[in-house]
Design a protein around this ligand. Sequence first.
Ligand SMILES: *Cc1c(COP(=O)(O)O)cnc(C)c1O
Length: 391
Amino acid sequence: MPDTASTPSALPSSVPFNNPLITGKELEYIRQAIVSKRTSGDGTFTKQCQAWLTQQLGCRMSLLTHSCTAALEMAAILADVQPGDEVILPSYTFVSTANAFVLRGATPVFVDVRPDTLNLDESKVEAAITPKTKVIAPVHYAGVSCEMDILKAIAERHNLLVIEDAAQGIRSFYKGKPVGSLGHLAAFSFHETKNVVCGEGGALAINDPALIERAEIIREKGTNRSKFFRGEVDKYTWVDVGSSFLPSDILAAFLLAQLEEVDLIIQQRMAIWNYYHQRLETLEQQEIARRPIIPADCQHNAHIYYLLVENLEVRTALIAHLKRKGIQSTFHYVPLHSAPAGLKYGRTTGELSVTDDLSDRLIRLPLGAGMTLTEAKYVSEEVLAFFNQQS
Ligand SMILES: *Cc1c(COP(=O)(O)O)cnc(C)c1O
């Protein structure tokens, strides 16, 4: 449990950027997976994780994968994206959102983000649609949902698939509905840096029932092995393209222990997030930095606490100041549209001025369910001290 900020205690000597909470059952579940001698994919722990996800998301099916990247690659195959097709996505995202489609020969079409949430700007999506467009891939940055009603309406009008990059979105909600239940498909990440972790891991959530059968096949190397195990066919065989996307049941065992404690994890993160938000309000009042903005329709999951400072120089100096104090802070994405591979494989529509501007100014503060409020207090004080020295 985080101690309270008022408890007198020694200043932390160092604050890591990421500090996940180990909830307690991880090693026992991993032990059980190992002694069962069933350590390959789709064992009992995988099934329990999938049942948990399907129930929590209210999706039609969920499949564990070895990463969110893998889930996005599966989604791109399921969407039947072909060479020359186009996929609309933000430039301010992780490379996998684009790579998954580039691997299928498609062209990522980068659209600017909203200045408030840093999510795909739904008002600019329609202008990017061409006869080749097949998919819209919104990314829920910092676990704050995109404006999904509008994006879904656009997709419906143009007969496009919506693939949510919900890597950061576990236990986030949009108008009361879980992130990951809103598009045709959604990809989650359980990488060490996310809210719920198992080292490397991910999941594909399937909301469109028409995609279920093929999803199982693609994940099982293009075979109907899943049907065979359910007794629906008397032998299994190669029926489609596919690959190996299953994680070992040892990792699923780790993941189950985390999923079972997701409420505690988010509660702990939220305590740190809220502490920063309150303590750093003065920076916004003095127009020194802008804090995260959460729209009324969105319930977030405290995945990221960021500040937007004045410019790149201030950010670089702030990161260096914090580093001298033993505090690890970091910037985030380098925009994809102007990256070497983005220039080679993608194209842009309209100005990406918001993306270009904020990517230089965004700094992420340490945040993790294993972090204490004393650490958050120390970080906040050092952030405030930096700006006091500046003025
Ligand atoms: C972390 C992340 C990914 C990749 O997740 P992996 O599980 O590491 O493959 C993809 N997209 C976004 C937006 C992410 O934050």
